[in-house]
Write a protein that binds this ligand. Structure first.
Ligand SMILES: *Cc1c(COP(=O)(O)O)cnc(C)c1O
Length: 248
């Protein structure tokens, strides 16, 4: 588990270096460790290294970890993967942040469930910046209209935008995705009638393979999993037995 602390320090150094390159203050970029498929022991290793909020893409798994680690002081969860409406109740119960908001129906359901729990939730709107069919998120040109509608939901604290860039070794293609996000945020800034004040500043983009490039384009949150916790061999590895069944 020592290697997790070491990996975190290495990523922090790389974030700082990327920030220096574009004259950004390193404290303006938040590293969100993505712990999906990883054991609670590994999460605790990152906790001991100073991290409190962890990213998970599957609600059921995140909820299970939340329950198991409920006595750990200050631990928080960010759900970063697509959410079905019938799981909104779970997210409302335990999450501090939700980065994959992509429909009004989901916003409405989350708001209702949060109101019932007396909770609020930080949300980021997911944008499909690559145009790939396989990716979730709003089309870039739909974001301003969506933002106007979101103002109606009191329990949702809108923080900004999230995206997954195209998975490619061609930097220019990845960079195009990040640039589209910068453009969307600029359009939001110019739409005076988006009545959410300062709420749209966050840009969550960049993962293990592309976070330095994302920072060059102004990422304020980078979601890093494998570079911290090691390779994910099996997407279901967290559940007992599932990893073995898959030979992992
Ligand atoms: C898994 C995941 C990440 C982290 O990916 P790595 O390649 O492990 O860094 C980031 N964002 C989302 C939405 C993810 O599902």
């Amino acid at each position: 588990m020592d290697d997790i602390a070491t990996n975190l320090r290495t990523i922090e150094d790389r974030i700082a270096a990327a920030c220096r390159k574009v004259e950004q203050d390193p404290s303006s970029v938040r590293l969100l460790p993505v712990s999906k498929t990883m054991s609670t022991d590994k999460i605790m290793a990152a906790y001991d290294a100073g991290y409190r909020r962890f990213g998970e893409n599957k609600v059921q798994e995140a909820h299970d970890k939340w329950e198991r680690l409920s006595d750990v002081d200050g631990l928080e969860w960010a759900v970063i993967g697509h959410l079905q409406r019938n799981k909104a109740r779970l997210v409302a119960q335990f999450a501090s942040e939700f980065e994959a908001l992509d429909s009004l129906r989901l916003a409405k359901e989350l708001d209702k469930r949060l109101q019932a729990q007396g909770r609020r939730l930080d949300v980021l709107v997911q944008v499909n910046s690559s145009g790939e069919e396989s990716k979730f998120g709003l089309a870039p040109e739909a974001v301003v209209g969506f933002a106007r509608e979101l103002a109606a939901f009191d329990a949702l604290r809108v923080r900004g935008l999230m995206t997954l860039a195209v998975f490619s070794s061609e930097q220019t293609r990845v960079a195009q995705c990040f640039q589209r996000m910068v453009d969307v945020r600029e359009r939001l800034r110019q739409a005076d009638d988006v009545t959410v004040g300062e709420g749209w500043e966050e840009l969550s983009m960049g993962m293990s393979g592309d976070f330095e490039l994302a920072i060059e384009y102004g990422a304020t949150v980078v979601r890093v999993g494998q570079a911290i916790f090691g390779a994910r061999l099996d997407p279901n590895a967290y559940w007992p037995g599932a990893g073995e069944a898959a030979g992992g």
